[in-house]
Write a protein that binds this ligand. Sequence first.
Ligand code: TXA
Ligand code: MG
Length: 318
Amino acid sequence: MSIGQDIEQAAVILSRGHLVAIPTETVYGLAANAFNPDAVIKIFEAKNRPQFNPLIVHTDSVEKMEPFLNGFPDWADKLAQRFWPGPLTILLPRNEIIPDLVTAGMPRVAVRIPEHPLTLALLRSLDFPLAAPSANPFGYISPTTAAHVAEQLGDKVSYILDGGPAKIGIESTIIGLGASGDPEIYRLGGLSLEEIESVIGPVQIKISPVESNPESSGMLKSHYAPKTKLVHGSIDVLLASYAHRDPLLLTYKRMHPGYPSDRQLVLSPTGNIPEAAHRLFSALRELDDRGARLIIAEEVPDQGLGRAINDRLRRAAG
Ligand code: TXA
Ligand code: MG
C-alpha cells in the first residue's frame, strides 16, 4: 500500500481492476470500477461487507451518469444543479449497464458527484464511474483522513489518494423517490434537511432501524460504531446512571463541570454545528483508542447538520 497524490497512478490501478481509497468532502471512499464486477467484489471483501448492502456510484458529471440511468426526474435535476458537486446522493432508476452487485440487485442506483479537487480530477480522467462505500471495515466509524484508512484497510488497498482531512466529515445525505411518489430522505448527512427543502419543498424522512435487508444501510442499527460501548443523550442524566463505569465524555460545546477534563473531549468550543460534524468521527476514534469501558456522547441541537450528528450517535449506541 502507498499513500500519495498521484492521480495517474490511481487511475492505472483502478483501470486494472484494483481498489483505491479516494478523498471526498464527506468521508474517504473505497473505490473500484463500477462497471467491473470483478473489481467491485473486492470492495465487499476488503470491508467484510454483506453483499445485500449496495454501493454509491460516483462520477464527475450528470452526463456520465446518463448511460446507466433510466431518466433524471425534475426534482432530482433541481437538487443536482444546486448541490452537486456536494454531499448529496440520489437514488434513481437504473439500467443493466450497472452490475447487480453494485445495487444489490435493486432497481435503483445511488449516484453522487463528490466535491474534492483530487477525486474530481481522477473521475474526469476515467472512462468509467467509481463505486465507493466509506473506506472502513463494515459497521465501524467512517474515515475522515488518509491515516484512518491506512490504519484499518492499509493491507487491503493498493493506493490511498491523500486529499487531507474531509471538509464536512459526515457521509452524504441520501434521497430517493418513495412509494408515495414523493422524494424521501433515507439517510441524514452532510447536506441538511433545511437546505434540501429550500429547493424542493417539504420532504419526509424515512429512516427506520430495520436490521435485515435494509433499503439503505444507513438503516442498519449498530453502525458507524466505535468498539467501546456508547450511550447518547443528556450528560447529566447519563452520568447519574453510568458514573460508576468511569466513562469518557464526548460533549458538544463545553466541558461538563466537575468532571475530570482529561476524560472529556469537546466537539466545538464555539458551538458551531458544522465544526462538530467535521470533528465527530476523529473524536470517536480518539476516544475509542483509549480503551475505556463506556463513552457518553452528548446530544447536539437537532437542526442543520446536528440531525445527522445525532443520527450517527444514536446508531453508534445501537
Ligand atoms: O458520503 C458518502 O456517501 C460516502 C462517500 C465515499 O461518497 N459513501 C458512503 O457509502 O457513505 P456507504 O456505502 O458507506 O453508504 C451508502 C449508503 C448505504 O447505506 C447503502 O445501503 C445506501 O447508501 N445505498 C447505496 N445504493 C443504494 C441503492 N441502490 N438503494 C438503496 N440504498 C442504497
Ligand atoms: Mg459506510
